[in-house]
Design a protein around this ligand. Structure first.
Ligand SMILES: N[C@H](CCC[C@H](N)C(=O)O)C(=O)O
Length: 274
């Protein structure tokens, strides 16, 4: 069958977007097909695939299904959620002066549309914070922290990201026993100033560095806030060259009103035989 798709990018983290509200694609969107569509040489090429599905009656206008480029489904994707917001708003002809709530495996996420073209998503409440969960001196050269921002994230603060061996250090943390059996994404952050960090991320299910990771930059910014008492918002420079913004309300180790603001752009659309 011919699949109509939209290619979007959220600060360099890129996605194949499809409309599956009528469930006509459910039979073809299996692990192998998603992996083939995300392949950068033999397919469209993307870090993941995002399907718009009809609401399950849990409070969202529609439902977001997120799949990593290895074809495995994940609970949430921060950059993907911003792209989903723009994509679903277009499909639904949604009034962009109003927020758009949608369902994810991690819970309800709401997209708001800013006049500068950026999209803000209110993420689900972070949980399972563990500071200094792992001493990785011999591989990463420092301690590692952990926070789940819809999906699991390990975070290490380095003096410099420029020459960091993200793939090897990232794979080490991604598969470390401390985070089994589901594993984790691995984020490496550098503090640029009290309210400004840079990050590079090795993503679970992509099994490589991506140019941005929304839930990863959020986890990194929130852990930075706990460690340094930095107030909201925190700016985050990502490998793709964009600077995004993480907002939050913090009481000790507990976060509410967590937001991620950044770009969510259409690159092209097309048809592909599946
Ligand atoms: N690879 C992640 C999901 C996508 C996260 C990332 N692309 C984001 O923007 O949050 C995982 O399997 O946990």
């Amino acid at each position: 069958m011919l699949l109509h798709f939209y290619k979007m990018t959220g600060a360099g983290n890129d996605f194949v977007m499809v409309d599956n509200r009528d469930e006509s694609l459910s039979s073809v969107l299996d692990k192998e097909t998603i992996e083939a569509l995300c392949d950068r040489r033999f397919g469209i090429g993307a870090d993941g695939l995002i399907a718009v599905e009809s609401s399950q009656g849990k409070g969202g206008a529609v439902r977001m299904r997120y799949y990593n480029s290895d074809g495995g489904e994940a609970e949430m994707c921060g950059n993907g959620a911003r792209c989903f917001g723009n994509f679903a708003a277009a499909l639904l002809r949604h009034d962009r002066t109003k927020p758009l709530p949608f369902e994810t495996m991690a819970g309800i996420v709401t997209a708001s549309f800013r006049e500068d073209g950026n999209v803000t998503v209110n993420l689900t409440e972070p949980h399972s914070l563990q500071l200094f969960v792992l001493n990785a001196d011999h591989v990463v050269g420092t301690d590692v922290h952990f926070l789940n921002t819809g999906v699991p994230h390990a975070v290490a603060f380095l003096d410099s990201l420029e020459d960091a061996d993200i793939v090897n250090m990232g794979a080490y943390l991604r598969y470390h026993d401390s985070f089994s059996p589901k594993g984790t994404n691995a984020n490496f952050a550098e503090v640029l100033s009290p309210r400004h960090i840079a990050i590079r991320t090795y993503e679970r299910g992509v099994e490589d560095e991506t140019l941005a990771c929304g839930t990863g930059m959020t986890a990194s910014a929130l852990i930075h806030a706990v460690l340094t008492d930095a107030p909201s918002p925190i700016k985050v420079d990502v490998a793709g060259g964009d600077t995004l913004e993480v907002g939050f309300t913090r009481t000790g180790d507990h976060f509410t009103n967590v937001t991620l603001t950044g770009p969510a752009d259409l690159v092209f659309e097309g048809d592909i035989e599946v």
